[in-house]
Design a protein around this ligand. Sequence first.
Ligand SMILES: Nc1ncnc2c1ncn2[C@@H]1O[C@H](COP(=O)(O)OP(=O)(O)OP(=O)(O)O)[C@@H](O)[C@H]1O
Length: 307
Amino acid sequence: MIQVESLSKRYGRHTAVDRISFTVQPGQVCALLGPNGAGKTSTMRVLVGLSTPTDGRVSILGEPVGLGAAVLRRVGVLIDGAAFVPHLSGLANLRLLWSATGRTWPPPALDDALNLAGLGDALSRKMRRYSMGMKQRLMLAQALMRAPDVLVLDEPANGLDPAEVRALRGHLARLAETGVAVLISSHQLAEVQQVATHAVVMDRGRLVAEGPLGELLGDTDTLRFEVDALDRAVAVLRDLPGITAVATRDGEAVVTAPGVPASDLVQSLVTAGIRVAGVHRTGRSLEDAFLAMTEPTSSTGESDAAR
Ligand SMILES: Nc1ncnc2c1ncn2[C@@H]1O[C@H](COP(=O)(O)OP(=O)(O)OP(=O)(O)O)[C@@H](O)[C@H]1O
């Protein structure tokens, strides 16, 4: 479990993280979302002991986190800037990183991690020849090979192709099913919507929303009608009580009608002589919800303090 309580992180006079609190329970995949500069990486760095909080508390599996805390051995971390040695092979780099844990090689989940990384023969090649995607996959392997109880992944899908992203999604979902608590930051909202069970949304350092994904997306009562006479259908729908919006999209009438049964709307259309070939209820996408929660122009102001 990850627990963040009233966490603040300031760089000089710039507040990157402003008193945020959230929890990620075992079995949850929590998406940490926010526009550029929202404070996601700053939060994650504190969470894994790479940076100290200015204020507040962070604990993992019930133990306070700090640089070198024993509990961090149970955490798989992917945050950019992993210290790979370019003249060593990918596999030698993994061995080197593992040796820092003081445990004997191989790590418990090495095979699964390498399978997901899919680097094949490239594992024995020097890392200086790795593409960005290959480096990213090796970083994922080092996070996963230790069979972690908690995963903290900053933009893990960066540089991966669609098939790799899908494989990663499946892997994370399987790990969560076994009780791993996963915190993952991403800008790919459609992608993260497919794997996240929960989300924490930050904007300019502050927490703007958190909770189960279903609750954050909300129920929008938006219906799409496939009809044979679009213009007439729109005119009929606009005149009905309880309708808050009618639009057309991709040849269909899109209607927002909170609390109005779809059957009433179909009945009105049919009565007006319009054929209804289909009705679909549409959910709000994570992207819609995210844009509604965050400001369109976010501050990305830098301060000059060192990390
Ligand atoms: N070492 C640092 N020194 C000074 N300011 C920093 C430092 N690291 C981050 N910041 C600033 O803190 C704010 C939050 O940055 P952070 O990287 O945590 O955001 P983010 O949500 O991860 O952004 P992105 O999505 O662009 O990666 C930004 O304004 C950033 O410029």
